[in-house]
Design a protein around this ligand. Structure first.
Ligand SMILES: Cc1cc2nc3c(=O)[nH]c(=O)nc-3n(C[C@H](O)[C@H](O)[C@H](O)COP(=O)(O)OP(=O)(O)OC[C@H]3O[C@@H](n4cnc5c(N)ncnc54)[C@H](O)[C@@H]3O)c2cc1C
Length: 491
Protein backbone atom coordinates (compact mmCIF):
# COMPACT_ATOMS: atom_id res chain seq x y z
CA UNK A 1 0.00 0.00 0.00
CA UNK A 2 3.02 2.28 0.03
CA UNK A 3 3.38 4.42 -3.03
CA UNK A 4 5.96 2.88 -5.33
CA UNK A 5 8.51 5.52 -6.21
CA UNK A 6 11.34 3.49 -7.71
CA UNK A 7 11.86 3.58 -11.45
CA UNK A 8 11.54 0.52 -13.64
CA UNK A 9 14.84 -1.26 -13.94
CA UNK A 10 16.66 -4.11 -15.62
CA UNK A 11 14.66 -4.50 -18.80
CA UNK A 12 15.17 -4.00 -22.47
CA UNK A 13 12.40 -1.40 -22.39
CA UNK A 14 14.76 0.62 -20.20
CA UNK A 15 17.51 0.78 -22.84
CA UNK A 16 16.15 4.01 -24.23
CA UNK A 17 15.92 5.62 -20.78
CA UNK A 18 17.89 8.64 -22.00
CA UNK A 19 15.00 9.53 -24.34
CA UNK A 20 12.42 9.34 -21.59
CA UNK A 21 11.87 13.09 -21.68
CA UNK A 22 10.40 12.71 -25.17
CA UNK A 23 7.06 11.62 -23.78
CA UNK A 24 4.77 14.64 -23.85
CA UNK A 25 4.07 15.98 -20.40
CA UNK A 26 0.45 16.69 -21.29
CA UNK A 27 -0.09 12.94 -20.97
CA UNK A 28 1.02 13.07 -17.33
CA UNK A 29 -1.88 12.31 -14.98
CA UNK A 30 -2.37 11.21 -11.42
CA UNK A 31 -3.44 7.58 -11.41
CA UNK A 32 -4.95 6.14 -8.26
CA UNK A 33 -5.72 2.74 -6.80
CA UNK A 34 -9.50 2.27 -6.54
CA UNK A 35 -9.31 2.53 -2.76
CA UNK A 36 -7.41 5.82 -3.06
CA UNK A 37 -4.54 4.76 -0.80
CA UNK A 38 -1.90 4.85 -3.57
CA UNK A 39 -1.56 7.67 -6.08
CA UNK A 40 1.22 8.37 -8.56
CA UNK A 41 1.99 10.13 -11.83
CA UNK A 42 1.97 8.23 -15.12
CA UNK A 43 1.84 8.97 -18.84
CA UNK A 44 -1.72 7.97 -19.71
CA UNK A 45 -2.77 6.95 -23.24
CA UNK A 46 -6.28 6.05 -24.34
CA UNK A 47 -6.15 4.24 -27.70
CA UNK A 48 -9.48 3.50 -29.41
CA UNK A 49 -8.18 0.93 -31.91
CA UNK A 50 -5.70 -1.95 -32.04
CA UNK A 51 -3.48 0.12 -34.37
CA UNK A 52 -3.39 3.00 -31.91
CA UNK A 53 -2.60 0.53 -29.14
CA UNK A 54 0.29 -0.85 -31.15
CA UNK A 55 1.62 2.69 -31.59
CA UNK A 56 1.66 3.17 -27.81
CA UNK A 57 3.74 0.00 -27.45
CA UNK A 58 6.23 1.34 -29.99
CA UNK A 59 6.30 4.71 -28.28
CA UNK A 60 7.01 2.96 -24.98
CA UNK A 61 10.02 1.18 -26.48
CA UNK A 62 11.37 4.41 -27.96
CA UNK A 63 11.01 6.24 -24.67
CA UNK A 64 12.32 3.44 -22.46
CA UNK A 65 9.15 3.28 -20.38
CA UNK A 66 7.18 0.20 -19.41
CA UNK A 67 3.46 -0.18 -20.12
CA UNK A 68 0.79 -0.92 -17.52
CA UNK A 69 -2.74 -1.79 -18.62
CA UNK A 70 -5.86 -0.35 -17.09
CA UNK A 71 -9.56 -1.07 -17.57
CA UNK A 72 -12.06 0.61 -15.27
CA UNK A 73 -9.46 1.00 -12.50
CA UNK A 74 -11.59 -1.01 -10.04
CA UNK A 75 -8.76 -3.06 -8.58
CA UNK A 76 -8.47 -2.01 -4.95
CA UNK A 77 -4.67 -1.77 -4.93
CA UNK A 78 -1.88 -1.09 -7.43
CA UNK A 79 -2.76 -3.68 -10.12
CA UNK A 80 -3.66 -1.05 -12.72
CA UNK A 81 -0.96 1.48 -11.78
CA UNK A 82 2.47 1.96 -13.33
CA UNK A 83 4.24 4.74 -11.48
CA UNK A 84 6.34 7.12 -13.64
CA UNK A 85 5.73 4.93 -16.67
CA UNK A 86 2.97 4.52 -19.26
CA UNK A 87 -0.58 3.54 -18.34
CA UNK A 88 -2.82 2.43 -21.22
CA UNK A 89 -6.46 3.06 -20.38
CA UNK A 90 -8.42 0.65 -22.60
CA UNK A 91 -11.93 1.96 -22.00
CA UNK A 92 -12.22 3.50 -25.50
CA UNK A 93 -11.82 0.07 -27.11
CA UNK A 94 -15.40 -0.73 -26.23
CA UNK A 95 -17.23 -2.06 -29.28
CA UNK A 96 -19.46 -5.11 -29.32
CA UNK A 97 -18.03 -6.99 -32.32
CA UNK A 98 -20.55 -9.79 -32.65
CA UNK A 99 -23.65 -10.99 -30.78
CA UNK A 100 -25.70 -14.10 -31.41
CA UNK A 101 -28.97 -13.96 -29.42
CA UNK A 102 -29.71 -17.58 -30.36
CA UNK A 103 -26.58 -19.07 -28.79
CA UNK A 104 -25.65 -16.32 -26.31
CA UNK A 105 -22.10 -16.08 -27.66
CA UNK A 106 -20.71 -12.55 -27.72
CA UNK A 107 -17.45 -11.15 -29.05
CA UNK A 108 -16.41 -7.80 -27.67
CA UNK A 109 -13.53 -5.41 -27.18
CA UNK A 110 -11.85 -5.27 -23.76
CA UNK A 111 -13.16 -1.86 -22.74
CA UNK A 112 -16.82 -2.93 -22.72
CA UNK A 113 -18.02 -2.60 -19.13
CA UNK A 114 -20.16 -5.10 -17.31
CA UNK A 115 -22.87 -2.46 -17.24
CA UNK A 116 -22.74 -2.04 -21.03
CA UNK A 117 -22.70 -5.81 -21.48
CA UNK A 118 -25.80 -6.67 -19.46
CA UNK A 119 -27.71 -3.77 -20.99
CA UNK A 120 -26.85 -5.04 -24.46
CA UNK A 121 -27.98 -8.65 -23.95
CA UNK A 122 -30.76 -8.52 -21.33
CA UNK A 123 -33.75 -7.93 -23.56
CA UNK A 124 -32.72 -10.96 -25.63
CA UNK A 125 -33.03 -13.07 -22.45
CA UNK A 126 -29.35 -13.36 -21.45
CA UNK A 127 -27.26 -12.29 -18.47
CA UNK A 128 -23.46 -12.26 -17.87
CA UNK A 129 -22.52 -15.62 -16.32
CA UNK A 130 -20.28 -13.89 -13.77
CA UNK A 131 -21.14 -10.50 -12.28
CA UNK A 132 -18.79 -8.61 -9.97
CA UNK A 133 -20.14 -6.49 -7.11
CA UNK A 134 -19.71 -3.39 -9.24
CA UNK A 135 -20.76 -3.07 -12.88
CA UNK A 136 -18.06 -0.49 -13.70
CA UNK A 137 -15.50 -3.24 -14.41
CA UNK A 138 -14.37 -3.79 -18.02
CA UNK A 139 -14.30 -7.23 -19.61
CA UNK A 140 -10.54 -6.94 -20.27
CA UNK A 141 -9.83 -6.09 -16.64
CA UNK A 142 -12.20 -8.84 -15.51
CA UNK A 143 -10.48 -11.47 -17.66
CA UNK A 144 -7.04 -10.28 -16.52
CA UNK A 145 -8.05 -10.86 -12.88
CA UNK A 146 -10.34 -13.82 -13.61
CA UNK A 147 -13.09 -12.27 -11.50
CA UNK A 148 -15.83 -14.17 -9.69
CA UNK A 149 -19.41 -13.46 -8.64
CA UNK A 150 -21.76 -14.57 -5.88
CA UNK A 151 -22.17 -17.81 -7.87
CA UNK A 152 -18.44 -18.70 -7.90
CA UNK A 153 -19.13 -22.11 -6.27
CA UNK A 154 -21.37 -23.02 -9.19
CA UNK A 155 -20.26 -21.00 -12.24
CA UNK A 156 -16.55 -20.69 -11.43
CA UNK A 157 -14.64 -17.55 -12.40
CA UNK A 158 -15.19 -15.57 -15.60
CA UNK A 159 -12.43 -17.53 -17.32
CA UNK A 160 -14.67 -20.59 -17.34
CA UNK A 161 -17.00 -18.68 -19.72
CA UNK A 162 -14.36 -17.27 -22.06
CA UNK A 163 -14.22 -19.32 -25.26
CA UNK A 164 -11.43 -17.48 -27.03
CA UNK A 165 -9.50 -14.22 -26.99
CA UNK A 166 -7.11 -12.21 -29.13
CA UNK A 167 -4.01 -11.15 -27.24
CA UNK A 168 -1.70 -8.43 -28.50
CA UNK A 169 1.81 -9.27 -27.34
CA UNK A 170 4.36 -6.62 -26.40
CA UNK A 171 5.86 -6.99 -29.90
CA UNK A 172 2.56 -5.87 -31.44
CA UNK A 173 1.84 -9.34 -32.84
CA UNK A 174 -1.65 -10.65 -32.04
CA UNK A 175 -2.28 -14.30 -31.20
CA UNK A 176 -5.60 -16.09 -30.77
CA UNK A 177 -5.90 -18.26 -27.66
CA UNK A 178 -8.48 -20.83 -26.61
CA UNK A 179 -8.55 -24.15 -24.77
CA UNK A 180 -7.28 -25.71 -28.00
CA UNK A 181 -4.98 -23.04 -29.51
CA UNK A 182 -2.11 -21.57 -27.47
CA UNK A 183 -3.77 -23.18 -24.48
CA UNK A 184 -0.84 -22.53 -22.12
CA UNK A 185 -1.21 -18.80 -22.74
CA UNK A 186 -5.01 -19.11 -22.47
CA UNK A 187 -4.80 -20.54 -18.94
CA UNK A 188 -2.13 -18.06 -17.84
CA UNK A 189 -3.28 -14.77 -19.41
CA UNK A 190 -6.69 -15.22 -17.78
CA UNK A 191 -5.77 -14.26 -14.23
CA UNK A 192 -2.33 -13.12 -15.43
CA UNK A 193 -3.09 -9.45 -14.51
CA UNK A 194 -2.05 -8.03 -17.87
CA UNK A 195 1.54 -9.29 -17.76
CA UNK A 196 1.50 -11.57 -20.82
CA UNK A 197 -0.33 -9.39 -23.34
CA UNK A 198 -3.31 -7.18 -24.01
CA UNK A 199 -6.76 -8.67 -24.59
CA UNK A 200 -8.00 -6.92 -27.73
CA UNK A 201 -11.11 -9.05 -28.14
CA UNK A 202 -12.87 -11.67 -26.01
CA UNK A 203 -15.45 -14.27 -27.04
CA UNK A 204 -17.71 -15.31 -24.18
CA UNK A 205 -20.74 -17.49 -23.47
CA UNK A 206 -23.63 -15.67 -21.76
CA UNK A 207 -26.21 -17.28 -19.44
CA UNK A 208 -29.83 -17.84 -20.62
CA UNK A 209 -32.46 -16.34 -18.29
CA UNK A 210 -36.26 -16.46 -18.38
CA UNK A 211 -37.07 -13.44 -16.24
CA UNK A 212 -35.58 -10.10 -15.22
CA UNK A 213 -36.20 -11.13 -11.61
CA UNK A 214 -34.48 -13.43 -9.14
CA UNK A 215 -36.13 -15.30 -6.25
CA UNK A 216 -34.26 -14.01 -3.20
CA UNK A 217 -34.18 -15.28 0.39
CA UNK A 218 -32.47 -13.44 3.26
CA UNK A 219 -31.89 -14.55 6.82
CA UNK A 220 -29.72 -13.66 9.83
CA UNK A 221 -27.16 -16.09 11.31
CA UNK A 222 -25.74 -15.86 14.83
CA UNK A 223 -21.99 -16.54 14.32
CA UNK A 224 -19.38 -17.70 11.84
CA UNK A 225 -20.24 -21.38 12.42
CA UNK A 226 -23.94 -20.81 11.62
CA UNK A 227 -22.95 -18.66 8.67
CA UNK A 228 -20.87 -21.41 7.06
CA UNK A 229 -23.52 -23.99 7.94
CA UNK A 230 -26.06 -22.00 5.98
CA UNK A 231 -23.76 -22.08 2.96
CA UNK A 232 -23.28 -25.85 3.28
CA UNK A 233 -27.03 -26.43 3.57
CA UNK A 234 -28.14 -24.09 0.84
CA UNK A 235 -25.57 -23.60 -1.91
CA UNK A 236 -26.61 -26.90 -3.53
CA UNK A 237 -30.04 -25.42 -4.22
CA UNK A 238 -29.05 -21.77 -4.81
CA UNK A 239 -27.69 -20.07 -7.91
CA UNK A 240 -26.16 -17.24 -5.84
CA UNK A 241 -25.21 -16.98 -2.15
CA UNK A 242 -23.49 -14.16 -0.27
CA UNK A 243 -22.97 -13.39 3.41
CA UNK A 244 -22.56 -9.95 4.97
CA UNK A 245 -20.67 -10.25 8.27
CA UNK A 246 -20.87 -7.88 11.23
CA UNK A 247 -17.14 -7.68 11.93
CA UNK A 248 -17.63 -5.77 15.17
CA UNK A 249 -19.61 -8.49 16.96
CA UNK A 250 -17.44 -10.55 19.31
CA UNK A 251 -17.57 -13.47 21.71
CA UNK A 252 -20.23 -16.05 20.91
CA UNK A 253 -21.51 -13.76 18.17
CA UNK A 254 -18.20 -13.57 16.33
CA UNK A 255 -18.92 -13.67 12.60
CA UNK A 256 -22.68 -13.16 12.83
CA UNK A 257 -24.45 -11.58 9.88
CA UNK A 258 -27.01 -11.85 7.11
CA UNK A 259 -27.01 -14.26 4.22
CA UNK A 260 -28.71 -13.63 0.88
CA UNK A 261 -29.30 -16.39 -1.63
CA UNK A 262 -31.02 -16.17 -4.98
CA UNK A 263 -32.28 -18.37 -7.78
CA UNK A 264 -33.06 -17.79 -11.42
CA UNK A 265 -36.71 -18.18 -12.35
CA UNK A 266 -37.54 -21.18 -14.50
CA UNK A 267 -39.50 -20.80 -17.77
CA UNK A 268 -43.11 -20.00 -16.85
CA UNK A 269 -42.34 -18.76 -13.29
CA UNK A 270 -42.54 -15.12 -14.35
CA UNK A 271 -45.99 -14.17 -15.70
CA UNK A 272 -44.55 -11.23 -17.67
CA UNK A 273 -40.91 -11.90 -18.62
CA UNK A 274 -40.98 -9.49 -21.56
CA UNK A 275 -41.67 -6.73 -19.04
CA UNK A 276 -39.22 -7.71 -16.30
CA UNK A 277 -36.45 -8.13 -18.90
CA UNK A 278 -36.86 -4.54 -20.08
CA UNK A 279 -34.01 -2.19 -19.22
CA UNK A 280 -36.23 0.37 -17.50
CA UNK A 281 -37.26 -2.30 -15.00
CA UNK A 282 -33.65 -3.00 -14.02
CA UNK A 283 -32.67 0.25 -12.34
CA UNK A 284 -31.09 0.93 -8.96
CA UNK A 285 -33.39 3.93 -8.49
CA UNK A 286 -32.23 7.56 -8.72
CA UNK A 287 -32.96 8.50 -5.11
CA UNK A 288 -32.86 7.01 -1.61
CA UNK A 289 -36.33 7.02 -0.03
CA UNK A 290 -37.39 8.92 -3.16
CA UNK A 291 -35.60 12.05 -1.87
CA UNK A 292 -31.80 11.82 -1.48
CA UNK A 293 -29.96 11.66 -4.84
CA UNK A 294 -27.72 8.59 -5.10
CA UNK A 295 -24.75 10.77 -6.02
CA UNK A 296 -24.56 12.31 -2.53
CA UNK A 297 -25.46 9.33 -0.36
CA UNK A 298 -21.74 8.69 0.30
CA UNK A 299 -21.75 11.81 2.51
CA UNK A 300 -24.23 10.13 4.84
CA UNK A 301 -22.04 7.03 4.93
CA UNK A 302 -19.22 8.82 6.73
CA UNK A 303 -20.38 7.55 10.18
CA UNK A 304 -20.73 4.04 8.80
CA UNK A 305 -17.02 3.72 8.19
CA UNK A 306 -16.27 4.70 11.79
CA UNK A 307 -16.65 2.30 14.74
CA UNK A 308 -19.65 3.78 16.55
CA UNK A 309 -21.75 4.35 13.45
CA UNK A 310 -21.00 0.92 12.09
CA UNK A 311 -21.78 -0.73 15.44
CA UNK A 312 -25.25 0.87 15.40
CA UNK A 313 -25.88 -0.08 11.76
CA UNK A 314 -24.71 -3.68 12.21
CA UNK A 315 -26.70 -4.15 15.40
CA UNK A 316 -29.84 -2.74 13.77
CA UNK A 317 -29.39 -4.79 10.63
CA UNK A 318 -28.82 -8.01 12.56
CA UNK A 319 -31.77 -7.44 14.90
CA UNK A 320 -34.06 -6.61 12.00
CA UNK A 321 -32.92 -9.75 10.21
CA UNK A 322 -33.48 -11.80 13.38
CA UNK A 323 -36.89 -10.32 14.16
CA UNK A 324 -38.24 -10.65 10.64
CA UNK A 325 -36.89 -14.21 10.24
CA UNK A 326 -36.49 -15.59 6.74
CA UNK A 327 -37.62 -13.08 4.11
CA UNK A 328 -38.47 -14.05 0.55
CA UNK A 329 -39.04 -11.67 -2.34
CA UNK A 330 -38.38 -11.15 -6.03
CA UNK A 331 -35.74 -8.65 -7.06
CA UNK A 332 -34.39 -7.36 -10.41
CA UNK A 333 -30.96 -8.80 -11.27
CA UNK A 334 -29.32 -5.40 -11.11
CA UNK A 335 -30.48 -4.71 -7.57
CA UNK A 336 -29.28 -8.10 -6.34
CA UNK A 337 -25.87 -7.93 -8.02
CA UNK A 338 -24.82 -4.31 -7.90
CA UNK A 339 -25.76 -3.24 -4.41
CA UNK A 340 -22.39 -1.49 -4.10
CA UNK A 341 -23.15 0.67 -7.17
CA UNK A 342 -26.18 2.04 -5.38
CA UNK A 343 -23.86 4.57 -3.77
CA UNK A 344 -21.52 5.18 -6.72
CA UNK A 345 -18.90 7.06 -4.71
CA UNK A 346 -19.11 5.17 -1.42
CA UNK A 347 -15.33 5.02 -1.23
CA UNK A 348 -15.29 8.81 -0.66
CA UNK A 349 -16.67 8.13 2.81
CA UNK A 350 -13.18 6.72 3.54
CA UNK A 351 -11.46 10.02 2.68
CA UNK A 352 -8.88 11.32 3.09
CA UNK A 353 -6.80 8.18 3.71
CA UNK A 354 -8.77 5.76 1.51
CA UNK A 355 -9.40 2.06 1.97
CA UNK A 356 -7.73 -1.24 1.29
CA UNK A 357 -9.38 -4.60 0.94
CA UNK A 358 -8.05 -7.88 2.28
CA UNK A 359 -9.68 -10.99 0.77
CA UNK A 360 -8.21 -14.36 1.74
CA UNK A 361 -9.51 -17.60 0.16
CA UNK A 362 -9.51 -20.47 2.66
CA UNK A 363 -10.20 -24.21 2.13
CA UNK A 364 -13.46 -25.39 3.67
CA UNK A 365 -11.72 -27.65 6.20
CA UNK A 366 -9.96 -24.73 7.88
CA UNK A 367 -12.25 -21.81 7.01
CA UNK A 368 -14.27 -21.59 10.22
CA UNK A 369 -11.25 -21.44 12.53
CA UNK A 370 -9.29 -19.15 10.23
CA UNK A 371 -12.14 -16.65 9.74
CA UNK A 372 -12.79 -16.66 13.49
CA UNK A 373 -9.10 -16.01 14.16
CA UNK A 374 -8.96 -13.23 11.55
CA UNK A 375 -12.04 -11.41 12.86
CA UNK A 376 -10.84 -11.72 16.46
CA UNK A 377 -7.34 -10.47 15.61
CA UNK A 378 -8.69 -7.38 13.81
CA UNK A 379 -10.77 -6.58 16.90
CA UNK A 380 -7.83 -7.10 19.29
CA UNK A 381 -5.64 -4.81 17.18
CA UNK A 382 -8.37 -2.15 17.19
CA UNK A 383 -8.57 -2.26 13.38
CA UNK A 384 -12.04 -3.54 12.54
CA UNK A 385 -13.26 -3.58 8.97
CA UNK A 386 -16.48 -1.98 7.88
CA UNK A 387 -17.69 -4.15 5.05
CA UNK A 388 -17.13 -7.91 5.26
CA UNK A 389 -18.43 -10.20 2.53
CA UNK A 390 -18.40 -13.99 2.58
CA UNK A 391 -18.52 -16.13 -0.58
CA UNK A 392 -18.21 -19.81 -1.49
CA UNK A 393 -15.75 -20.92 -4.22
CA UNK A 394 -14.53 -23.96 -6.13
CA UNK A 395 -11.10 -24.64 -7.65
CA UNK A 396 -10.35 -23.79 -11.29
CA UNK A 397 -7.72 -24.64 -13.90
CA UNK A 398 -5.99 -21.28 -14.33
CA UNK A 399 -2.26 -21.00 -13.66
CA UNK A 400 -2.35 -18.22 -11.07
CA UNK A 401 -5.67 -19.27 -9.56
CA UNK A 402 -6.71 -17.76 -6.24
CA UNK A 403 -9.68 -20.11 -5.86
CA UNK A 404 -10.03 -22.97 -3.37
CA UNK A 405 -12.73 -25.49 -2.52
CA UNK A 406 -13.80 -23.25 0.30
CA UNK A 407 -14.69 -19.68 1.13
CA UNK A 408 -13.41 -16.13 0.79
CA UNK A 409 -13.92 -13.27 3.21
CA UNK A 410 -13.44 -9.77 1.75
CA UNK A 411 -12.80 -7.04 4.32
CA UNK A 412 -12.64 -3.27 3.72
CA UNK A 413 -10.32 -1.36 6.07
CA UNK A 414 -10.15 2.39 6.46
CA UNK A 415 -6.58 3.69 6.20
CA UNK A 416 -5.53 6.85 8.02
CA UNK A 417 -2.18 8.51 8.68
CA UNK A 418 -2.51 7.30 12.26
CA UNK A 419 -3.14 3.62 11.48
CA UNK A 420 -1.21 3.09 8.21
CA UNK A 421 1.77 1.34 9.80
CA UNK A 422 -0.39 -0.69 12.19
CA UNK A 423 -2.54 -1.71 9.22
CA UNK A 424 0.55 -3.01 7.44
CA UNK A 425 1.58 -5.04 10.50
CA UNK A 426 -1.95 -6.40 10.84
CA UNK A 427 -2.02 -7.67 7.26
CA UNK A 428 1.30 -9.42 7.87
CA UNK A 429 -0.18 -11.18 10.90
CA UNK A 430 -3.28 -12.07 8.87
CA UNK A 431 -1.06 -13.50 6.11
CA UNK A 432 0.35 -15.94 8.65
CA UNK A 433 -3.15 -17.16 9.58
CA UNK A 434 -4.13 -17.52 5.92
CA UNK A 435 -0.98 -19.42 4.95
CA UNK A 436 -1.27 -21.74 7.96
CA UNK A 437 -4.85 -22.49 6.88
CA UNK A 438 -3.69 -23.36 3.34
CA UNK A 439 -5.25 -20.18 1.94
CA UNK A 440 -4.67 -18.02 -1.11
CA UNK A 441 -4.82 -14.35 -2.12
CA UNK A 442 -6.38 -12.34 -4.95
CA UNK A 443 -4.40 -9.71 -6.89
CA UNK A 444 -7.53 -7.67 -7.73
CA UNK A 445 -8.07 -6.85 -4.08
CA UNK A 446 -4.49 -6.79 -2.92
CA UNK A 447 -2.37 -3.91 -1.63
CA UNK A 448 -0.02 -5.60 0.78
CA UNK A 449 1.09 -9.00 -0.52
CA UNK A 450 4.83 -9.65 -0.21
CA UNK A 451 6.89 -11.82 -2.61
CA UNK A 452 7.57 -14.51 -0.01
CA UNK A 453 3.85 -14.85 0.74
CA UNK A 454 3.01 -15.15 -2.96
CA UNK A 455 5.72 -17.81 -3.29
CA UNK A 456 4.34 -19.68 -0.30
CA UNK A 457 0.81 -20.06 -1.65
CA UNK A 458 1.49 -20.24 -5.41
CA UNK A 459 4.56 -22.45 -5.15
CA UNK A 460 7.85 -22.07 -7.02
CA UNK A 461 6.73 -24.29 -9.88
CA UNK A 462 3.72 -22.17 -10.84
CA UNK A 463 5.72 -18.96 -10.56
CA UNK A 464 8.49 -20.40 -12.72
CA UNK A 465 5.90 -21.49 -15.33
CA UNK A 466 4.39 -18.01 -15.36
CA UNK A 467 7.81 -16.35 -15.66
CA UNK A 468 8.68 -18.66 -18.57
CA UNK A 469 5.50 -17.61 -20.39
CA UNK A 470 6.27 -13.98 -19.58
CA UNK A 471 9.72 -14.36 -21.17
CA UNK A 472 8.10 -15.94 -24.25
CA UNK A 473 5.27 -13.42 -24.66
CA UNK A 474 7.10 -10.32 -23.43
CA UNK A 475 10.88 -10.96 -23.60
CA UNK A 476 11.76 -7.31 -22.94
CA UNK A 477 9.51 -7.06 -19.86
CA UNK A 478 7.64 -4.18 -21.47
CA UNK A 479 4.37 -4.93 -19.66
CA UNK A 480 4.64 -4.04 -16.00
CA UNK A 481 2.62 -2.62 -13.15
CA UNK A 482 3.36 -1.54 -9.60
CA UNK A 483 1.82 -4.83 -8.45
CA UNK A 484 4.13 -6.88 -10.69
CA UNK A 485 7.23 -5.11 -9.35
CA UNK A 486 5.99 -5.38 -5.75
CA UNK A 487 4.99 -9.06 -5.72
CA UNK A 488 7.29 -10.50 -8.41
CA UNK A 489 10.47 -8.40 -8.23
CA UNK A 490 13.50 -9.28 -10.34
CA UNK A 491 15.60 -11.84 -8.52
C1 LIG B 1 -16.94 -2.10 -5.44
C2 LIG B 1 -16.15 -3.23 -6.03
C3 LIG B 1 -16.69 -4.50 -6.01
C4 LIG B 1 -15.97 -5.58 -6.56
N1 LIG B 1 -16.53 -6.82 -6.53
C5 LIG B 1 -15.84 -7.86 -7.04
C6 LIG B 1 -16.40 -9.17 -7.06
O1 LIG B 1 -17.54 -9.37 -6.65
N2 LIG B 1 -15.66 -10.18 -7.58
C7 LIG B 1 -14.39 -9.97 -8.08
O2 LIG B 1 -13.78 -10.93 -8.53
N3 LIG B 1 -13.84 -8.75 -8.08
C8 LIG B 1 -14.54 -7.70 -7.58
N4 LIG B 1 -13.98 -6.44 -7.61
C9 LIG B 1 -12.65 -6.29 -8.18
C10 LIG B 1 -12.74 -6.04 -9.69
O3 LIG B 1 -13.73 -6.84 -10.27
C11 LIG B 1 -11.43 -6.39 -10.36
O4 LIG B 1 -10.40 -5.61 -9.83
C12 LIG B 1 -11.46 -6.18 -11.89
O5 LIG B 1 -10.25 -6.64 -12.42
C13 LIG B 1 -11.66 -4.72 -12.21
O6 LIG B 1 -11.87 -4.55 -13.59
P1 LIG B 1 -11.35 -3.21 -14.26
O7 LIG B 1 -11.85 -3.15 -15.64
O8 LIG B 1 -11.66 -2.06 -13.39
O9 LIG B 1 -9.80 -3.52 -14.30
P2 LIG B 1 -8.51 -2.72 -13.67
O10 LIG B 1 -8.69 -2.65 -12.22
O11 LIG B 1 -8.40 -1.44 -14.40
O12 LIG B 1 -7.39 -3.70 -14.09
C14 LIG B 1 -7.32 -4.99 -13.54
C15 LIG B 1 -6.13 -5.74 -14.14
O13 LIG B 1 -6.39 -6.02 -15.50
C16 LIG B 1 -5.31 -5.59 -16.33
N5 LIG B 1 -5.96 -5.24 -17.59
C17 LIG B 1 -6.91 -4.29 -17.80
N6 LIG B 1 -7.33 -4.34 -19.08
C18 LIG B 1 -6.62 -5.33 -19.70
C19 LIG B 1 -6.60 -5.86 -21.02
N7 LIG B 1 -7.39 -5.40 -22.00
N8 LIG B 1 -5.74 -6.89 -21.29
C20 LIG B 1 -4.94 -7.40 -20.33
N9 LIG B 1 -4.92 -6.93 -19.06
C21 LIG B 1 -5.75 -5.91 -18.76
C22 LIG B 1 -4.67 -4.47 -15.55
O14 LIG B 1 -3.31 -4.30 -15.88
C23 LIG B 1 -4.83 -4.96 -14.11
O15 LIG B 1 -3.78 -5.81 -13.78
C24 LIG B 1 -14.68 -5.36 -7.11
C25 LIG B 1 -14.16 -4.07 -7.14
C26 LIG B 1 -14.88 -3.01 -6.62
C27 LIG B 1 -14.30 -1.64 -6.66
Amino acid sequence: MNQVRSKTKSDAAGKGRADAHHLPTDHLETVSSWGGVSKSLSYVYRPATADALHEVLQLARRSGRSVGLRGGGNSYGDAAMNTENIVVDLRRMNRILDWNPETGVIRLEPGVTLSELWQYILEDGWWPPVATGTSFTTMGGSAAMNVHGKNAYKAGPIGDHILEFDLMLASGETITCSREANSDVFYAAIGGFGMLGIFTSLTMQMKRIYSGLLDVETTARGNVHEMLDYFYENTGRSDYTVGWIDSLAGGRMLGRGDVHRANYLAPGDDPAPAQTLRLENQHLGPNLFGVVPRSIIWMFMWPMVRDTGMRVVNQGKYLMGNVSGVKRYRQPHVQFHFLLDYVPDFKRAYSPGGLIQYQPFIPKETAEDAFGAILALCQRRGLPNYLTVLKRHKPDDFLLSYAVDGFSMAMDFRVTNGNRQRMMWLTQELDEIVLAAGGRFYFAKDSTLRPEVARAYLGDERIAAFRALKRRCDPDNLLQTDLWRRVFPDK
